[in-house]
Design a protein around this ligand. Structure first.
Ligand SMILES: Nc1nc2c(ncn2[C@@H]2O[C@H](COP(=O)(O)OP(=O)(O)O)[C@@H](O)[C@H]2O)c(=O)[nH]1
Ligand SMILES: [Mg+2]
Length: 131
């Protein structure tokens, strides 16, 4: 089963803006970003820094983890950002195809000192554009 974690970050994107819209008119936006790339290139570390302001020093293999950031936009609307972290192993083509088909956007990560991880990014990019 995929792991799941949540972080509420409500005030960060809504500084001191007065909300003039009524609750009824507020729109809820939801986006899903899928993080892909070879194992050990730093995918989980990027998510950890972006959502939790923490750098992961110890390597822990990811199976599949869903992270959620909730934001209130300056105009009062709310934004849910789901970030799906993947293992990088992609042994199961069906699982990879499902991750790709449910994504609104992708972040493809490679390590500058690992040429194969760049090749993997090329493969993933082709797969994404052909799906
Ligand atoms: N040197 C260096 N190491 C990193 C960087 N980002 C992550 N790491 C380390 O590389 C290892 C793998 O990172 P991780 O985020 O777990 O990779 P993932 O398998 O792609 O999720 C961890 O030990 C991290 O501490 C980076 O930018 N530079
Ligand atoms: Mg990981």
């Amino acid at each position: 089963m995929p792991g799941s974690c949540q972080r509420l970050r409500l005030p960060s994107l809504a500084p001191l803006v007065k909300h003039e819209k009524s609750e009824f008119l507020k729109r809820k936006e939801q986006h899903r970003v899928v993080m892909m790339g070879s194992a050990k290139v730093g995918k989980s570390s990027i998510i950890s820094q972006f959502l939790y302001d923490k750098y992961l020093t110890r390597y822990r293999q990811t199976v599949e983890e869903l992270h959620r950031g909730e934001y209130e936009l300056p105009d009062g609307e709310s934004l849910t950002l789901d970030i799906l972290d993947t293992s990088g192993a992609y042994q199961f083509p069906a699982m990879r195809a499902l991750s790709i088909s449910t994504a609104g956007a992708f972040i493809l990560v490679y390590a500058i000192d690992d040429a194969n991880s760049w090749k993997e990014v090329e493969i993933l990019r082709n797969q994404i554009s052909s799906d």
